[in-house]
Design a binder for this molecule. Structure first.
Ligand code: PLP
Length: 374
């Protein structure tokens, strides 16, 4: 049976470049990168090389990269690290991934609202800021609806109203689609995760700009210049760098191609006569996001029928799927509980093809019709 993988926002298939780069570090080159002998030194050299590649892709210096176990840890290190050094206050937008939202609210952080497209309310942000604020966290692109935030405008407001505050951005979903080096140049802390751009799961990075002081959250052997201890995930780091390089090299072509596929998919489903509606302004989204809702159709039931038809999709963030609570992102955007629970996210990625879109163009309306049958 043909399968269309349309869940790239949850995780992407590994790029062949990443798999090839990783294999030797799982086999004959297994040394611990912190040791003295030649196997270790070789592993260390690979980590250093990968650090340069990742730094370049993110517009940072190699010494500003802290490798982590993924996006969640990178976000957590940014927020907890600043909070523990300064005592806060911290604040974030209402549409952040739970990795940011929970890290902020657990520290008494204030949550700033968004408009119906999921764009942060800049007036509310300005009102929430004062010179005591220590950290502001606003994502570059949203994981559920794909909305890109006006980060430069946000940075200007933060610099004016809270000059001591650090700006953190979760660029986990943005990296496959946006030139994060440029788009996040205004941020002091930038989080990315390898498995969202063809690298392995369980590895990520936080850009910590020079001069930014963070309290380490994982203590131990002092790796990553004492900012994050733990034996290096050499294979993961090498795979992340290979995936980052491949992503950057092909990004503009991928964005053009995938945006066309996404438009064909969204427009086709909306025109299929099954009452579909699109969430958020497409012009403000990353290229791979197609977020639709169908009144009266339960998203969990729709996902199961789509799965039977060979479509892998999701109803919001993968981390929250399985829960029956409506997505906090959709609720923050003003959708009703019923609307939020009738949503489906079809997320495209670098390997998505016309065949995938053709399959979905048939399967999605068919599944919605079936669920509407009396
Ligand atoms: N931030 C965003 C925007 C995400 O979409 C995700 C994963 O879905 C994360 C953070 C967490 O990243 P990881 O899965 O690497 O922990």
């Amino acid at each position: 049976m043909p399968v269309a993988y349309l869940d790239h926002a949850a995780t992407t298939p590994p790029r062949p470049e990443a798999v090839d780069a990783m294999l030797p570090w799982y086999t004959e080159r297994f040394g611990n990168a912190s040791g003295v002998h030649s196997l270790s030194r070789r592993a260390r050299a690979a980590v250093d090389e990968a650090r340069e590649v990742v730094a370049q892709a993110l517009g940072a210096r190699p010494g500003e990269i802290v490798f982590t176990s993924g996006g969640t840890e990178a976000d957590s290190l940014a927020i907890a690290g600043v909070y523990d050094r300064t005592g806060g206050p911290v604040l974030c937008s209402a549409v952040e991934h739970h990795a940011v939202l929970h890290a902020c609210t657990a520290r008494g952080g204030r949550v700033v609202g968004v408009d119906s497209n999921g764009v942060i309310d800049l007036d509310e942000l300005a009102d929430a800021l004062d010179p005591a604020v220590a950290l502001v966290s606003v994502m570059l692109a949203n994981n559920e609806v794909g909305t890109v935030q006006p980060l430069d405008d946000i940075a200007s407001i933060v610099r004016e109203r809270a000059p001591k505050a650090l700006l953190h951005t979760d660029a986990v979903q943005a990296f496959p689609w946006l030139d994060v080096a440029a788009a996040a140049a205004c941020a002091d802390l930038v989080a990315v995760s390898a498995h969202k751009f063809g690298g392995p799961q369980g590895v990520g990075a936080l850009v910590v700009r020079e001069g930014v002081d963070l309290a380490p959250q994982v203590l131990g052997g002092g790796q990553e210049r004492d900012r994050r201890s733990g034996t290096y995930n050499v294979a993961g780091i090498v795979g992340m760098a290979a995936a980052a390089a491949a992503t950057v090299a092909s990004r503009s072509d991928t964005v053009t191609r995938v945006a066309q596929l996404r438009d064909r998919l969204a427009d086709g489903v909306l025109a299929a006569g099954v009452g579909g509606r699109e969430t958020g302004d497409r012009a403000r989204k990353i290229a791979g996001n197609c977020h639709l809702r169908f009144d009266g159709v339960e998203s969990e039931a729709l996902l199961l029928l789509l799965d039977d038809a060979g479509i892998c999709a999701s109803a919001g963030s993968a981390c929250a799927s399985g829960a029956l609570d409506p997505s906090h992102v959709l609720v923050a955007m003003g959708l009703s509980r019923a609307e939020a629970l009738s949503s489906v996210r079809l997320s495209l990625g670098w390997p998505t093809t016309d065949d995938d879109v053709d399959l979905a163009l048939k399967a999605v309306p068919d599944a919605v019709r079936r669920l509407r049958e009396p």
